[in-house]
Design a protein around this ligand. Sequence first.
Ligand code: GUN
Length: 287
Amino acid sequence: MALLDGKKLAQKILKELKKQVSRMKKKPVLAMVLVGDDPASSIYVRRKGFFCAETGIVSKTLKLPADVSEKKLLKVISQLNKDKNISAIMVQLPLPKHINKIKIIEAIDPGKDADCLHPENYGKFAQVDESYSVVAPATPFGIVRLLEEYKIKIEGKHAVVVGRSNIVGKPAAQLLLNRGATVTVCHRHTKNLPAFTRQADILVVAVGKKNLIKAEMVKKGAVVVDVGVNRVGKKIFGDVDFDNVSKKASFITPVPGGVGPTTIATLLWNTVQLARLAKATAKRAKK
Ligand code: GUN
């Protein structure tokens, strides 16, 4: 078994971004909108801000109370869309229940959509690939970069994705499909989950249930990517029973230190690409 070291890859991506940013006269600016005081979301936003600073990207965090109205949040996004100094916008999810998440995502200017969640970007990415959408869904793209870093072939493999969220499961399936995998998506209504997971050459698990995937559910030699973040006290566990599954897998991501760091690196990668695109568009408009 070998570890898929997300921390190491993230450092490599961030180093490359730092180089790109150092050549930019106008530094990219990422606006992060944080609604409420969910401790996990606050940690994520702080961590993203920390890596922005490391890379030379300017980050701005806008904190709004948990009871902020949808109208007010839409107004904040509209202002960020209009602000020429802002290169990219990220609204930290999940949002409080009284806010329509889809409405908020659709309000973000696709040219500033750091998460690649806007239907225009997601559609372009699904129809062609991330070169068309400019941005890529952060967690799935980080996963694929991790697989590519370790020279793991995707084309022709059977990839099984467990979880069908808009932020991980669905775009992960799409990305693997774009790269020529045969993809099966499992979710809460799937009957006999082990029958599917046991077929996986590449198994991606993004559910949020500690120890959901046990050794007997994994084929020998499989590549296992664990997206789960389950907090028990101060410790974080994935969705995979790491101690036992790692004995069967050829490659496996640790939690923490796997998919988390590459997600942040991809978000910053998206931010820099959007800033470059805006600059190129402005230059063309001047001519
Ligand atoms: N919540 C958990 N992961 C993410 C992410 O990648 N982007 C956003 N916006 N919210 C998240």
